[in-house]
Design a protein around this ligand. Structure first.
Ligand SMILES: Cc1cc2nc3c(=O)[nH]c(=O)nc-3n(C[C@H](O)[C@H](O)[C@H](O)COP(=O)(O)OP(=O)(O)OC[C@H]3O[C@@H](n4cnc5c(N)ncnc54)[C@H](O)[C@@H]3O)c2cc1C
Ligand SMILES: NC(=O)c1ccc[n+]([C@@H]2O[C@H](COP(=O)([O-])OP(=O)(O)OC[C@H]3O[C@@H](n4cnc5c(N)ncnc54)[C@H](OP(=O)(O)O)[C@@H]3O)[C@@H](O)[C@H]2O)c1
Length: 482
């Protein structure tokens, strides 16, 4: 074992001392696009992409829905980056516990933080910690086999009604997974524990609740069309909610996405339908409602419903954005499962400037700022990209443009001598692996991921699935070293 590790260490550390040593923290789209752009922009760059998981690709593996296999094809492009001779993936290394930000800044000329948003926005209302309430992030990680949530075990058998709070694409994803007949998921890469649970699920009604109206629904047309198109699904939208004001018309004129979403919702609201038959799956869009408190019956700590407040829209004169204001009228919606899908949130690490209001690292075009109010106060050699830089919005491709901006900033800083030059000796990969070995961190190189990948694909082929995900930390580590 010790010999094998030494050989691996020598193989990984074959760089020259004139190289620009770059460490990217996080192997999601933002991390991989940054590595790709950096390899092209700087021929001396030697890049290490570290990730806290033994598996790469961030939300492409653990966020993108199992019934969207075409979206995951980007993994092939990322694999070419990881196997480039000037880059390497080093998994199972967590910034903040295996290694500190200070360690990385001492070891590398450039550190780019791309570690995404791994926590949740919350409502801060009574009852939020009742059993049966989960964040959409946890639920998604559960069905996608993320090792942090394989034991989540959401109870899908004690109720026929789920409430999803929020109307963005993540809300649509979780609603679709709950409503799709499970046989349609059986040949996807959904985690086996989730497939079994969905096969046994008694959930037949999903309420998608938005605090604003159909004009402001945060989802996109393709995703909406997909859920509305589930065969046999009864869709319910109140026609009264679809009445437009002149101000709505104005808003719709400005955004093609909102216009197409509104049209789809309108068509669904007005299309003739009979009453749902018993056992039929139902999707209810609820607009102009915000949760006031979560309900439970006396003596139980399990959610039994949500008290909603009716809202209306008011315009913020400075931003022009219309926001929801409570009317003081309330109603109750009974349910046994709640998924909060109101956005993700990034988590700061020690020594990192952080804007707690916006939940991002303060930056100017990807350069980390020591002080939000002073654009000139830069943390030299420290950069940020992806959801950690912009906040938790945007599709995979958005991170490509975001990475271009950050890499352009790095290149400018190198040219202007703002960064430590490659003549300043930094140990780079060699130094990182030395530290990890000293600390007994069982890091996983890309070849370790390839072993996991092979094992998952082999297991999957037995069940007519593209892969059977390994979902526990221990099994992932064993598969990587097996
Ligand atoms: C549920 C869901 C579904 C989505 N579906 C789609 C879709 O179908 N199509 C689409 O185009 N976009 C989709 N998106 C959006 C897309 O996934 C994001 O735009 C993109 O993943 C953000 O990239 P990122 O690299 O900033 O973050 P992430 O993809 O989250 O990557 C962050 C990486 O950092 C690692 N990390 C976290 N903390 C640490 C640490 N302390 N130390 C080391 N590593 C760490 C994580 O393990 C992860 O690998 C979806 C998003 C979500 C939430
Ligand atoms: N297939 C895909 O392409 C795909 C799939 C999944 C995710 N994604 C992308 O990933 C990103 C994140 O998606 P997301 O759905 O998490 O975020 P999102 O698009 O920002 O949607 C968040 C939703 O939560 C609501 N919300 C926020 N705070 C709230 C509060 N305090 N009370 C009530 N409602 C609140 C928002 O309503 P308001 O509008 O009123 O704020 C909105 O409906 C998006 O860019 C999305 O497009 C893409």
């Amino acid at each position: 074992m010790f010999h094998a590790r030494k050989v691996l260490w020598r193989t990984i550390c074959s760089g020259s001392s004139r190289q620009l040593h770059v460490c990217i923290v996080g192997s999601g789209p933002a991390g991989f696009y940054t590595a790709e752009k950096m390899l092209k922009a700087n021929k001396e760059a030697e890049i290490d992409i570290i990730d806290r998981l033994p598996t790469p690709f961030g939300l492409v593996r653990s966020g993108v829905a199992p019934d969207h296999p075409e979206t995951k094809i980007v993994i092939n492009q990322f694999t070419r980056v990881a196997t480039n001779e000037r880059s390497s993936f080093i998994g199972n290394v967590s910034l903040g516990s295996s290694i500190s930000l200070l360690d990385l800044r001492n070891i590398y000329h450039v550190v780019v933080l791309a570690y995404g948003a791994e926590s949740d926005r919350s409502f801060g209302i009574p009852g939020e910690d009742l059993l049966g309430i989960h964040s959409a992030r946890e639920f998604v990680w559960w069905y996608n086999g993320h090792p942090d949530c394989h034991k989540l075990a959401p109870d899908l058998r004690s109720t026929d009604t789920a409430v999803v709070l929020g109307q963005g694409n993540v809300a649509l994803d979780v609603a679709r997974i709950l409503l799709r007949p499970p046989e349609q998921l059986a040949s996807t890469d959904i985690a086996e524990h989730a497939l079994v649970s969905l096969q046994e699920s008694s959930i037949r009604k999903v309420f998608l609740v938005g605090r604003r109206g159909p004009v402001q629904a945060a989802c996109t047309a393709k995703e909406l069309r997909e859920i509305l198109g589930i065969k046999g699904l009864h869709v319910h939208i109140k026609e009264a909610d679809m009445l437009k004001t002149p101000r709505d018309e104005e808003e719709l004129k400005k955004s093609r996405t909102q216009k197409r979403v509104f049209e789809l919702l309108s068509n669904a609201a007005t299309s003739p339908r009979s009453h749902p038959v018993p056992g039929q799956r139902e999707l209810h869009f609820v607009f102009f409602r915000r949760p006031e408190r979560f309900l439970h019956v006396d003596g139980s700590n399990h959610v039994s419903g949500v008290q909603l407040e009716k809202t209306f829209l008011q315009e913020d004169n400075s931003s022009g954005r219309r926001y929801a204001v409570g009317t003081g009228q309330f109603e109750e919606l009974e349910c046994g499962l709640v998924l909060k899908s109101i956005g993700y949130k990034s988590i700061p690490v020690e020594g990192l400037p952080f804007d707690h209001n916006r939940g991002v690292v303060p930056n100017t075009r990807g350069r980390v700022l020591s002080d939000t109010s002073d654009q000139a106060a830069l943390e030299k050699g420290l950069y940020v990209v992806g959801w950690l830089k912009r906040g938790p919005t945007g599709i995979i491709a958005t991170n490509l443009y975001c990475a271009e901006e950050t890499v352009a900033s790095i290149s400018e800083d190198l040219e202007q001598g703002i960064l430590p030059s490659t003549r300043d000796s930094k140990p780079g990969r060699k130094g990182l692996l030395e530290l990890l070995n000293q600390r007994n961190v069982r890091y996983v190189p890309f070849s370790g991921w390839e072993k996991i990948d092979l094992k998952e694909k082999d297991e999957g082929s037995l069940r007519n699935k593209p892969r059977e995900k390994i979902t526990s930390w221990e099994e992932l580590q064993n598969a990587a070293s097996g």
